[in-house]
Design a protein around this ligand. Sequence first.
Ligand code: AMP
Ligand code: ZN
Length: 455
Amino acid sequence: MTTIRLHNTKSRKKEDFTPIDPDNVRMYVCGPTVYDRAHLGNARPVVVFDVLYRLLRHVFGTDHVTYARNFTDVDDKINARAAESGRSISDITNETTQWFLDDMGALGALEPDAMPRATEWIAPMVAMTSALIERGHAYAVEGHVLFRVRSYKDYGALSGRSVDDMIAGARVEVAPYKEDPMDFVLWKPSDEAQPGWDSPWGRGRPGWHIECSAMAYELLGESFDIHGGGNDLQFPHHENEIAQSRCMGHGFANVWMHNEMLQVEGKKMSKSLGNFFTVRDLLDQGIPGEVIHFVFLSTHYRKPMDWTAEKAREAEKTLRRWYAQAEQGVGTGEPYKAVVNSLSDDLNTAGAIAELHQLSLADDISTLRYTLQFLGLMGDMVPGWAALPKASGLGLLADKLQAVRQAAMQTKNFAEVDRLKAALINAGVEVRMSKDGVELVPGPEFDPTKLEALQ
Ligand code: AMP
Ligand code: ZN
């Protein structure tokens, strides 16, 4: 069996990955807060953990992996959006959730097995909050419940910082009812206009961090294998998740993985900085989803990356060439071993792309086709996929040339064969004719736009 090695934020090392139960490998990834279109940065963890999900399914079996990613549909940003737009909260969260699914689907990402919405799991959050109070790790005061950070001695271990360092560096909310400024909210009161649920502490709503601890426990159990998200979530969100779950006596996640940020001119792309564009903006500009996906794969997930139009153009050129080549192959049923090996080395996606270039040069079109599909780049589940092969259409042209050639053998008039052949060569395609048929191999100068007139 392939050994997967993953960089664990907790140990700051690459480790061999050994699942708790190889029959059910379990992964939780923090999902979006649903009040607006996903920006391109939000798509990075989706693509990164999609690659990991695909790799785990390949190694352990499709039915032996459970991937959960939540929707945060209770949050003050959502309340604010509802208040300013005059729309209801559920209208906004339902619409945004569907946008997210559509946009990520257009990138070719598989849907996780479970996509829990926070508002559907309030009871387990209340139960966990009560249990933390009973255990002395939390306290209720003025309708709030706060987690007592000093009661968890390993607080900060994920990011390797002490509580005092964190207080110095963090913008912690100071409130008169807090025992300690570091204490964070598990539950807070709601006024009439805010969404709220009945609880032992009055009508209120959960804090953000308890959401992931409660849903991960309900869906994946006390201990699970991998927890992922962007590295902006490491502190405080993930430190707080760990504190809550460990104080419940749960093992929680074994491996912690964090993707680096998508940047714009050296700064994190984010809504609050206003330096963002959405996935939908790019799709609407005609950039196919799999091109966006491929650009993400070209940079290792633990490195910051910039989106540039030049990268998108290069990616599209490469994909068009590969698709034209691969569409003439039949899937082999096995992804290319060297690609799997690269991915198994802490998701070395750039290395996997280098291997795909080799595979393309070796002209192993069936393996190329299957490997592209394995990566989510080519296949029925990719809605944007039709856009690329249609533009190249080399498979259809090969059939057409073969038919014209067979007719010419009867009539002895090869003018049409010569015309087609010349146009293909002019478009950078190598034409291979044999007694078995016609094969068209796109070369490095392949330009599909020159073929449009021929179809
Ligand atoms: P949010 O809706 O802001 O909580 O983010 C949802 C997910 O997107 C989290 O896993 C974040 O870490 C991730 N994320 C947000 N901004 C970026 C960015 N610029 N680059 C990469 N990941 C991001
Ligand atoms: Zn989370």
